[in-house]
Design a binder for this molecule. Structure first.
Ligand code: ZN
Length: 377
């Protein structure tokens, strides 16, 4: 006989995968069709999410128009020939709506599973990368993105992990400062991903679907070690501007991020894929966002379905309570709902575009053109 599912019915127990409670709470639900001010989304992945699908790109530009997103910063620019491909994809028809960042080619033509063959371990790598970056900037690149694999999976020939603050890379970070481009860096991941996957883990539901997202165990550095290495890099290069992606990846501990923001005046943050965290502590989040309003940028990690974008507007612009942070069921990053932070208009403007205009090359002229052609409703 087949056992009935643990669906909580007829006296049976309920497994978490079947649990889908429908909230009975009746609260204000503000309908926002678009952002209150023009938006620069500084954290998007047009290569990884759309590949080279031109129709998908066109559709997303239409969604940007509807939502008031003036410019997206695609972080997947790579270097060399792939850089040109990305540039052609985004700029052929939509040059006024996109800028893009370069990425370091750590591996080069080396074999994935043989770190000793990687380009980054050959002499002169940093100098060659600086030269490539100079050319990329001349060619339109507006910044440099460092992915989370940097610190968590790239290895040295002896098998040890490549360290974020390894002095071999210093010339690259210094050059970004000289070139006037910011570095956006993804370091570590949610706190729960470094904890055992068990009944006490607040992201068990998600980790049970993606066990490979866990960094728990002795083969990985601790989250604090990764943050410390990132912070040493930021401290060592005060003339380079660093954007700590995902609220410097510690939105669960805003007191800690505040200390970093106070210590490193060249550190900026953006909230991509973290309104789930900010929105479950709306009072602390509001205070944080207001306090650091001059080094705050807007990001989503998109392109996403339009519904998700609307949750961002609702989170930042309203005092609505207990609403979803994602269109997905179950919610993908923790089984909870969020409250809005209702930011004042002057903070929203800085978050949405004014700070990006100051920090990222190529934004100012695009925002101006957008404002002329898309007057606020
Ligand atoms: Zn991302």
């Amino acid at each position: 006989m087949v056992e009935p599912p643990l669906d909580g019915r007829d006296g049976r127990d309920l497994s978490l995968h079947h649990y889908n409670p429908q909230s009975q709470l009746k609260t204000t639900a503000t309908q926002l069709s678009q952002a209150a001010f023009p938006v620069v989304d500084v954290h998007t992945h047009f290569f990884y999410r759309l590949r080279m699908n031109r129709q998908a790109l066109k559709d997303y530009v239409a969604a940007m128009d509807r939502n008031g997103i003036a410019v997206c910063v695609s972080l997947d620019g790579k270097l060399g020939s792939q850089f040109q491909e990305q540039k052609d994809f985004l700029w052929k028809e939509h040059r006024d709506r996109f800028v893009f960042y370069a990425n370091i080619d750590w591996r080069g033509d080396g074999a994935t599973d043989d770190p000793a063959s990687w380009a980054c371990h050959r002499p002169g790598f940093a100098e060659r990368t600086v030269q490539q970056l100079r050319e990329a900037v001349k060619d339109g690149a507006s910044g440099l993105k460092l992915f989370k694999r940097f610190g968590l999976s790239y290895r040295n020939p002896d098998g040890s992990l490549v360290e974020i603050d390894d002095p071999r890379w210093d010339p690259i970070w210094a050059a970004c400062g000289e070139l006037g481009i910011p570095i956006i860096i993804h370091t570590a991941d949610p706190a729960a991903f470094f904890e055992p996957i068990n009944e006490r883990n607040e992201r068990w539901e998600e980790l049970s679907r993606h066990p490979d997202w866990s960094f728990h165990g002795e083969e990985f550095p601790t989250r604090d070690e990764l943050f410390a290495a990132r912070n040493r890099m930021v401290a060592k290069h005060p003339k380079t501007q660093f954007i700590g992606a995902h609220i410097a990846n510690s939105p669960e501990d805003l007191e800690q991020v505040s200390q970093w923001m106070d210590r490193y005046p060249n550190l900026w943050v953006e909230p991509a894929s973290r309104i789930n965290e900010l929105g479950r502590q709306p009072r602390a989040a509001r205070e944080f966002l207001i306090r650091y309003q001059d080094r705050l940028l807007f990001g989503t990690d998109g392109p996403w379905p339009e519904q998700r974008l609307k949750y961002y507007w609702r989170f930042f612009e309203t005092a609505d309570e207990s609403f979803p942070y994602s269109e997905k069921e179950p919610p993908p990053q923790g089984l909870w709902r969020i409250d809005g932070v209702d930011l004042p208009p002057q903070v929203l403007r800085k978050l949405y575009y004014e700070n990006a205009v100051r920090l990222i090359p190529g934004i100012r002229e695009r925002i101006e053109a957008f404002a002329d052609s898309h007057p606020l409703k």
